[in-house]
Design a binder for this molecule. Structure first.
Ligand code: PLP
Ligand code: COI
Length: 340
């Protein structure tokens, strides 16, 4: 497969238009067959539910070229099922999960020339999404929907790649108890835009959100879950009903326990404990594992012993094992890798 002429090693996390995208429409209570199309634009009513009431949700997963030249995707079944959960919470119709995975595979296959070469540091990010498309003026769910999937080659989510980042404790909340923090609704990201612009303006790469009810427990950032390593080498990750159940985090927990013989704990994490951890990282499809070097808490820095130069040794082991599995260097658990 001849690849596109792109400077793979130097792309950031941005949008690059690819050749084909998948589109399926929901009308009269059912989804049509769906098709790959060339048109990257969307035409909908000025009064579409997505435009008026933000009825939209999305997913994110990646395709990789492996060391031996295969193209694979990582655990797409979990993204399909998380999108189904999201749709139910937003009163949107579920796109059947088996067809969802098939449609992702079709998009990757049709854009294989955009799957970055093995070892380039880039990957093909896939963005399945759905929105209410017919005109709705009273507050109620749409009756017609569009489900689409596009792909775009991406590099590291944070500038500097695997360099530790400096984040701050946010004074804005991300998700209410019993709200929508546990699903991948577009509205969660709309409300984070002011907080992220403000954080960037002040020199921070991300926001650490605390639980909205008590502001004492660690939740997540705008686009990734937290993982911490204790001084005695245990992996700790926050448990909360208002964070997104990250597929990367679930995979890391498994890798830590079954590949690296580590102890793992998924539990409530008090913000007051954070200063005692040896390593801190963000995990997600886009973030992979991004180390956090420092956290600013209202003017006071919490500095992890691993510093601002390099990823700590335990996160590095987790990173190498996880990406080794994703890129075919290390044998994957049953069902994790889907070949195109
Ligand atoms: N948390 C939020 C708010 C996210 O947007 C994401 C990205 O999808 C994650 C966590 C990480 O989830 P995953 O590992 O499934 O990509
Ligand atoms: C992902 O990791 O797939 C996300 O959706 C995070 C987003 C902030 C890019």
């Amino acid at each position: 497969m001849e690849k596109k002429d792109i400077d793979w090693g130097n792309i950031g996390f941005g949008y690059i238009k690819t050749d084909k995208r998948f589109v399926s429409n929901f009308k009269d209570g059912k989804w049509d067959e769906g098709a790959l199309i060339d048109d990257d634009t969307v035409t909908i009513s000025e009064c579409a539910c997505v435009l008026q009431y933000a009825q939209t949700c999305f997913e994110g997963l990646k395709a990789y070229e492996t060391e031996d030249g295969r193209t694979v995707i990582f655990r797409p079944d979990l993204n399909a099922s998380r999108m189904a959960d999201t749709c139910k919470r937003l009163e949107m119709p579920v796109f059947p999960e088996d067809k969802w995975v098939e449609a992702v595979k079709k998009v990757v296959k049709a854009n294989e020339a955009f799957v970055p070469p093995y070892g380039s540091g880039a990957t093909l990010y896939l963005r399945p999404y759905m929105f209410g498309s017919n005109a709705v003026i009273g507050v109620k769910p749409a009756e017609e929907y569009q489900f689409r999937i596009f792909g775009t080659p991406v590099g590291p989510y944070f500038k500097g790649g695997a360099k530790p980042i400096y984040i701050r404790v946010s004074d804005f909340d991300r998700a209410a108890p019993h709200g929508t923090g546990h699903i991948k609704a577009g509205l969660n990201y709309a409300m984070s835009l002011h907080a992220i612009v403000d954080a960037h303006d002040k020199g921070f790469a991300e926001n650490m959100y605390l639980d909205a009810a008590t502001r004492t427990k660690v939740e997540e950032t705008g686009g990734a879950n937290f993982i911490f390593i204790t001084k005695d080498g245990k992996l700790v990750t926050p448990k909360s009903n208002s964070i997104l159940p990250s597929i990367t985090r679930r995979s890391i927990l498994y890798v830590a326990e079954h590949y690296l013989d580590m102890e793992v704990e998924e539990r409530e994490v008090e913000f007051s404990e954070v200063k005692d951890f040896a390593e801190c990282g963000l995990c997600g499809t886009a973030a992979v594992i991004s180390p956090v070097g420092k956290i600013n808490d209202h003017g006071t820095d919490i500095e992890f012993p691993t510093g601002m130069d390099e990823m700590g040794p335990t996160l590095k082991k987790l990173y190498d094992t996880l990406t080794g599995i994703q890129m075919g260097r290390i044998e994957a658990p049953e069902g994790w890798i889907v070949e195109i």
